[in-house]
Design a protein around this ligand. Structure first.
Ligand SMILES: *Cc1c(COP(=O)(O)O)cnc(C)c1O
Length: 353
């Protein structure tokens, strides 16, 4: 490598979930259901409505979209509490640009979302990998202790957690905010898939200015290709993020498409219940096969333990089923898809283990 790349980036590998042409793709937690026809029509009309004005820059503050997202979230939130960007990845990158950066640190509890450390490194934020217990669990006291030990500027919690699938008790989020000297970001990318009775950290926002909840349209809304993520927080956090966002970062096409999708949210979110049924079917069936399976509040399931998870991953691929090796020795992660995709996965598992 002869390019004068930043020293802290040299030798690193980029994020890279394989994008393979396989019949059954259950490796990136996408929603397997294509957009219904009436939603396609609605998005098409919305896009047609802005095409003539593409000579102009879009609404820099995406106010209408933020108001729609706030209305979707409820919890008495308004546009002033919500910020949107090209995926929650960009939202989290902006948060690190404002609250992290050179000379600052971010703490996450491994295993969690693999992008959190990559975003930290990219923004020059020192990454600290916190601990979980042997069954990947976290407790309020352990989180508070580790925050007190490292004094991070940003704490990442992921609930439901990727790759384990399990949501955090709100007492853990409360303990983190109480202990943290800086910001606490709760990544709720899979919030819509939570099991009944599992609360969202949105309910903790009032009175907690250093708490941020990030969400996305990539999973439950089946809108991964459009790239729309957002956060909810105190309006002061939204103001702070303006310091680092690129002007006009969210295209007029993206804003229009996202608003149309939100207007059709009932049709889009109808798939969530169907996916949860398949998720619970995977959990039960794999436990029936004698495997260890984490409780899941998401649209995916972590399962193991295998003496060699790479061999199982390959055996599934040989049967045209792509799952995810998240780099946890002994474990694999599978996305809950359509009933047919789930059957293909479960059949392939039965045959290959
Ligand atoms: C998939 C996922 C996201 C989504 O990122 P986008 O940029 O919104 O597509 C965020 N967080 C976690 C934990 C995820 O698994």
């Amino acid at each position: 490598m002869s390019l004068p790349i930043r020293e802290d980036l040299r030798g690193l590998t980029p994020y890279g979930a394989p994008q393979l042409e396989v019949a059954v793709r259950l490796n990136t937690n996408e929603n397997s259901y294509p957009l219904p026809d009436d939603v396609v029509d609605g998005v098409e009309k919305a896009l047609a409505g802005v095409l003539r004005d593409l000579n102009r820059y879009p609404d820099r503050d995406a106010v209408a979209l933020r108001a729609d997202l706030a209305a979707y979230l409820g919890h008495d939130l308004s546009a002033a509490h919500v910020w949107a960007a090209n995926g929650s990845n960009e939202v989290q990158q902006q948060l690190l640009q404002v609250f992290g950066g050179p000379g600052r640190s971010a703490l996450g509890f491994t295993p969690a979302y693999s992008m959190h450390p990559l975003l930290a490194v990219g923004t020059g934020t020192r990454w600290v990998s916190g601990r979980r217990d042997d069954s990947f669990g976290l407790s309020a006291s352990s989180v508070a202790e580790q925050i007190a030990e490292h004094r991070p500027d940003v704490v990442f919690l992921c609930s439901p957690n990727n790759p384990t699938g399990t949501a955090l008790a709100l007492s853990i989020v409360e303990a983190a905010v109480a202990a943290a000297p800086g910001m606490v970001v709760v990544d709720e990318a899979y919030a819509e898939f939570r099991r009944p009775g599992t609360p969202s950290a949105l309910s903790l926002l009032p009175g907690r200015q250093r708490l941020v909840v990030t969400r996305t349209m990539s999973k439950a809304f089946a809108f991964a290709g459009a790239r729309v993520g957002y956060l909810a927080a105190d309006p002061a956090v939204v103001d702070a993020v303006q310091l680092v966002r690129l002007p006009y970062h969210l295209s007029a096409l993206t804003q229009a498409a996202a608003r149309a999708a939100l207007a059709h949210r009932e049709a889009l979110l109808a798939t969530v219940e169907a996916i949860k049924v398949q998720r619970d079917r995977i959990v039960e069936t794999l436990r029936g096969y004698g495997l260890m399976v984490a409780d899941s509040d998401a649209n995916f399931v972590l399962f193991g333990r295998f003496p060699d998870q790479k061999a199982v991953w390959q055996a599934l691929l040989d049967r045209d089923v792509l799952v995810r090796d998240v780099g946890l020795p002994g474990w694999l992660r599978v996305t809950a898809g359509t009933p047919d995709e789930t059957s293909s996965f479960l059949d392939a598992m039965r045959e290959s283990t």
